[in-house]
Design a protein around this ligand. Sequence first.
Ligand SMILES: *Cc1c(COP(=O)(O)O)cnc(C)c1O
Length: 359
Amino acid sequence: MARYTHASIDLAALSYNFAAMCDFSPNSKQVVVVKADAYGNGAVATAKHLQDKADMFAVAFLDEVFELREAGIQQPILVLQGPHREQECELTNSLNVIWLLHTEQQLNWINKRIENNEIDNLHHWVKFDTGMHRLGLLLKDYESFHREYRHIFHSKTVVATHLATADEPENDLSALAINTFIRAMKGRHGCLSIANSAANICLPSAALTWNRMGISLYGSSPFEHDELAVDLKPVMQLHSEVIALRQIEAGESVGYGATWTAEKPSLIATVALGYADGYPRQAPIGTPALFAGERAHLVGRVSMDMLTFDVTHLQQVDIGTPVELWGKNLSINTVAKHIGTIGYELMTRISKRVPRVYL
Ligand SMILES: *Cc1c(COP(=O)(O)O)cnc(C)c1O
């Protein structure tokens, strides 16, 4: 590669995080969530690396299954949004997918096919809404669905819900949703799934038969509050380098729109990464990065292919100085906070143009 800019992906850190997360709930089985190209880290590489340890993988929709199967991943793959189209149901057996069914229409599509022996009576998953109001059947309809779709609701069916506030463990809504769900399923289903990363860490009552873990495996804390930080190792490290340097005078400005003006003579470093690489254009003046390990701040607007930083205070910056945008020495959550977003978004937005280099 001619441009140095790349994202290094530390697979040893991925294993470390997986083990650390399993320690919170040794009696649960773990679904490794690899949707959105494993949050930007590479779905195939992630799944291959964890295939001997994970009980199941999960993606958001069927399109994301194909590359995993082409790469030879054998585990069942849970499709978190269920089938979007009825024809997708025909691929259930050949792709060995498990649908997380969340509408009556989906129950109907699958129930009909099991009845006609077109697909196996696999233990599908069914999702209920316990307050997030995004996806899921209503608990009050449980009895009627159970009667109507008896090929789906049986002893091996996994019944799931998703919490709106798992990353705020002190929020009463979490306990309310967990209790409502567990009470509603008592005596009906033994296989339950509630916890995502955040819940697995700090809501023990949500860690049941199956957990569904994403962000924590990639080494970013699911919590915005630092006091809830857990010992995870960053998997993605975003690297670039300085491709130009210039001295400017007080009163001169930098970048499109001339949004930043130097108050004193300043040294400006131009870095080979921009919004076309997925670095957010809304990153404000002051967003940090590390130049050979030393912190400097973004000045001027993010361009399509470049960033500009004020490195006046640094001793040794040159063309070719390595830049860490986030990673082991500057946490993705710190950068996200400056930009007004979360680690999840920064990670998933890194575009195809940035090569992933696996360590
Ligand atoms: C993405 C997703 C998860 C994983 O959540 P993390 O916060 O990344 O651990 C779990 N369950 C569902 C339904 C999801 O969509």
